[in-house]
Write a protein that binds this ligand. Structure first.
Ligand code: C2E
Ligand code: CA
Ligand code: CA
Ligand code: CA
Length: 275
């Protein structure tokens, strides 16, 4: 009996915070009409591992409403269940494109602009509209759309068809590759241009021979299929060296830089081009 009530109590706390977070997300999105004042976008450098030069960024959303900090690992699943994640993803895409154009104007053109998309965003008609108008902001940059296996599980024929359509304007990548209960199997069914090596493997590849072998085989696998490969969670120079010797050319992680505000990222780009 006691156990049940302790459980109820915990469940209630979880539910309450879910509702609270959903409310915060809705307010963040509704602030100021179309400007989502309660959301912010951070930019994490994507780096050429051979030269150390920043060639792009991954856009990562933040809840910036001044209340207790909550990360996207927690609030994105809540937004997905509440049916509002497409609005978040489109906000992030819009900001990322806008910043890319501003940075190019300031003399810092980028090669890769990467955003994360949830399953329901893939089917959003507004996404297609947004992508059709993206070319000008992108300039010479290539748009990367990062997808997870979780969403592709829901991969019915319409999803597959839509991915094909998105692929005319962007390159599609499988995020967190190798984690979860699958990985390789999805590549048989879905059109993918690159994979992102999950930090679970990258993070321990210096100490763990198995992790290193996994990274090595994933790089070979990608190469064999002509897929791009990007390593995430690069935290040490040792990892950089190993990744390079395995043939991985692009990485991101705390070794190169944490996700930064637009202002900070612009400053880093400016410093990079003055040497
Ligand atoms: P992700 O796509 O795997 O993004 C990488 C996460 O790893 C980010 O966490 C980033 O801050 C963190 N990270 C980067 N470098 C390192 C490192 O060297 N070491 C470690 N330990 N961590 C590193 P973040 O920003 O908290 O995002 C968490 C997840 O939330 C993302 O994982 C992504 O799945 C989701 N997410 C973030 N922004 C968006 C968005 O705009 N839309 C959607 N649908 N999902 C998003
Ligand atoms: Ca990602
Ligand atoms: Ca990832
Ligand atoms: Ca990950």
């Amino acid at each position: 009996r006691n156990r049940v009530s302790v459980f109820d109590e915990q469940l209630r706390t979880v539910m309450m915070s879910r509702f609270a977070i959903e409310g915060r997300l809705r307010r963040a999105l509704d602030d100021d009409g179309d400007v989502a004042a309660g959301l912010a976008v951070n930019y994490q450098p994507l780096v050429d591992l051979d030269t150390g030069v920043i060639i792009g960024f991954e856009a990562l959303v933040r809840l910036a409403d001044g209340e207790s900090p909550v990360g996207p690992d927690l609030f994105i699943p809540i937004a997905e269940e509440a049916g509002i994640v497409d609005r978040i993803d489109l906000f992030v895409l819009g900001q990322a494109l806008r910043q890319t154009a501003l940075w190019a104007e300031a003399g810092h053109p980028l090669e890769i602009v990467s955003v994360n998309l949830s399953a329901s965003t893939i089917m959003s008609p507004e996404l297609l509209v947004e992508l059709d108008g993206a070319a000008q902001a992108l300039g010479s940059a290539e748009l990367h759309l990062e997808l997870t296996e979780r969403m592709i599980i829901q991969g019915t024929p319409p999803v597959k068809e839509r991915l094909g359509l998105l692929r005319t304007n962007a390159r599609l990548g499988l995020d967190d590759f190798g984690t979860g209960n699958s990985g390789y199997a999805y590549l048989m069914d879905f059109p993918i241009d690159f994979i992102k090596l999950d930090r679970t493997f990258v993070g321990v590849m210096e100490e763990d021979a198995v992790a290193r072998a996994i990274v090595s085989s994933m790089v070979d696998f990608a190469e064999g299929l002509g897929l791009g490969i990007i390593a995430e969670g690069v935290e040490t120079i040792g990892q950089v060296d190993l990744l390079r010797s395995e043939g991985c050319r692009i990485g991101q992680g705390f070794y190169y830089g944490r996700p930064l505000s637009a202002k900070e990222f612009g400053e880093v780009l400016a410093r990079q081009s003055t040497g």
